[in-house]
Design a protein around this ligand. Sequence first.
Ligand code: NAG
Ligand code: NAG
Ligand code: NAG
Length: 513
Amino acid sequence: MKVSETLLICLICFQTTISKHPNVLFIIADDLRPSLGCYGSKEAHTPNIDSLATKSFLFKNAFAQQALCGPSRTSFLTSRRPDSLRTYDNWGNYWRASLGNFVTLPQHFKRNGYYAYSIGKVFHPGRLSNHTDDYPYSWSVEAFHPPTEKYSNAKVCSDKKGGLARNLICPVVPEYQPSGTLPDLESSQEAERFLRNWRGITDGRPFFLAVGFHKPHVPFKFPVEYLDFHPLENVSLPTNRWRPAGMPEVAWNPWNDVRKRDDIDKLKIPYPYGPMADETMREIKRAYYASVSYIDDMIGRILKHVDEETVVVLTGDHGWSIGEHGEFAKYSNFDIATKVPLLIHVPRLSNTEIIFNNPVELVDIFPTLVDLTQISQPLKKCAGDGAVLCTEGRSLVQSMVKILRNTKIASSSAFSQYPRPGLVPSRHPDSDQPKSKEIEIMGYSIRTKRYRYTEWVEFSTKSFRPDWNVTFGRELYDHLIDIQENDNIVDREAMGEIVRTLREKLMLGWRYI
Ligand SMILES: *[C@@H]1O[C@H](CO)[C@@H](O)[C@H](O)[C@H]1NC(C)=O
Ligand SMILES: *[C@@H]1O[C@H](CO)[C@@H](O)[C@H](O)[C@H]1NC(C)=O
Ligand SMILES: *[C@@H]1O[C@H](CO)[C@@H](O)[C@H](O)[C@H]1NC(C)=O
């Protein structure tokens, strides 16, 4: 490691190594799983993200708190869990009106002298962020939304007969799209414009710029040329296209949204378990990877305008299954749905790629950025006393410095949850995305370095509490020998002690760490 020893003597010294209050670029890609070159994917074509990784902390085991956009984003932007926000769907209440005036990550930077600007999808739009992306609290000016966002689900994809459809797989020529462009092209242009002129715009203040890309979220609408990086014959199929042995049905998501798209709907795939034909699966995977290559290109364009003194964070709001377990989309507690990429470039500290293996959580980003930039005292842990500024995650900075020093770091766990309206996959109510009032069951999941333990328990939307005495399903996967989570070993006698220990930690939840 090419980091000088003096630089690592103490955390205090660390303050002086990065300029005081550096600029921060926070990049978030919708539904981006770690299928990236820097995460070992041979099929990904992501040269720009890989290049960022060569000078970043790369978190191999980073997890979202719920594998759905709205709850996940509200969670990491406030550093609070879905249970604390009572937010489990995309249509819920605005926390400031319903719960408390919680301070957000960008708001904290803004209050501490930063110019905070949002481009694209950062907060989940709509009610969850008061139809304003939480402006004026979180941002110095109104958020920028790409004008062509309004065609996100429009009938603009060519079908095989020369007509137009609302397809899942939707390669396009941007010039022939409505307004002649695409949302993420517009967002990257706006980010470039800002980064070229920021000194004039921020009036001497450092910036906190958040850029949220819409892809690779469905539909896979991307400039057709990105398919060239992914020849169909090179696209492999997942090796675990079946439900895990011993999986309780409640754990599984039937990908209702994917099925509704015109190209998939007409295939009349058996409900709820499929199977999806090989060719379709291959085309879906190709389109996802091409969408990721497109986003990588947009990220490259932005990073050209960013100097070495800028803290850069890159992440996704949750993962996405492309046929693994026979599933598509997110909507579950499996690793494939909860695991996200997380890169943090720290000026002068991460001169090389630094691998961080222990489990971390998206709620950790807020306290970590506060400590890295020294904009305020470290955030306090939330203690249930109604504090508006606190964290339910933890700052990773001490562990990051320890890794640079090659010192052992303490073990950690990541917690996720997913609600269900009933025991079996269903369309009505939609078991992939139950509305808050339809929730009957909550799946709580703990991921340690070695295991994932999940328990599906009764949940009351009156008290917003689980009843751990009423269990509908349990899962245990051993990542030492089963990284794909194919074999639920919860009922094996030999696992009894492990299950008891993990269950205790799970019931304590984030308070345990
Ligand atoms: C939400 O937006 C409405 C309409 O713009 C506004 O009147 C209201 O004050 C906002 N809520 C909060 C908590 O700021
Ligand atoms: C596709 O696979 C072939 C054979 O393995 C390889 O030579 C080629 O480089 C691959 N193409 C791309 C674009 O990855
Ligand atoms: C669950 O069971 C325990 C032990 O039998 C009991 O003390 C507790 O009150 C029960 N909780 C609920 C919510 O019924």
